[in-house]
Design a protein around this ligand. Sequence first.
Ligand SMILES: [Zn+2]
Length: 324
Amino acid sequence: MVIEIMKWNVYGKIGVVSALVIGGTIAGTSVFAKEKISQAEIEKFEMMANVDALMRRQKASFAGFEEFKKTIYKEPWEYGVYIVNGDTPISTDIELLDYFNGEIKADWKSTKFGVQLDSRIDKLTADAPDGYIVAWDNAKKRNLTYCVSTTFGSLHDSVVDAVKEATGAWEKASDVKFIYRPEFDSACTNQTYSVVFDVRPVDVNREYLARAFFPRYNRLQRSVLIDKSSFDLEPGNLTLTGILRHEFGHVLSFRHEHTRPEAGACFEDDRHIPLGDYDPFSVMHYPQCNGLGDWSLDLTKKDKKGAACIYGPGPETDAETSCS
Ligand SMILES: [Zn+2]
């Protein structure tokens, strides 16, 4: 099972820099590079990203699973996950092997330069590992409780605000409700069972900006982890709130829009079900994967429509954003 998280990667000399993930208190601090991730850097490496990914897949397919596993970043703490596709979490070795056999090896055989050659899916895109969508049920969708760890320190309040704004965007578009439970902030971990998920800081040295989880994940892996680098962004379109809008899309079961063949880049796998027409402007589409949106990462009408299709209409759903 592939756990989807948000991955924002800048390949090349910086290495893989992206993903939203689960975390824990990061062991050790240290080596956080002081350079900022600039828009220019992102643009500079975006072309390299696809080529790099393709070459890694090719090598991995030939070298076998053990060699492949060495190339995959794994969070260095208890319950840490493997990260693929930028911010997509994979929880165990068995699931990583499944991913390797089902996606990497098969992908190399069936795709060329990121485009799937014999696609069974031509058309927001929902997580569907076994052929059916796994989303929150009608009770859970209105009771998505969370805490925000006080280990964010002086940044805590700004994170709370960013989370509220990001979740609010999805709440307006669909019948979901995120509920902040600040009474659990002081002991907010992946073992805080009084909430559905936790929001915590990590220092993964830019392996990802943030990562989240899919509804099917168990509590220990239901975390939204924010890397220190997300607080050191250059002024511009890319903001923590935008990153979180994307991440909470994953939390609601949405996959990367660029995994659809129409993107022509950054194909991931076909374990998803399209909810509408391909949307290159989607909040779930990395701009560097032939996306047409910018780094503002706002919800498009099609994003809102897709959310309404899964969870029902929200308070701001209108004729253009209703599921029809
Ligand atoms: Zn993502």
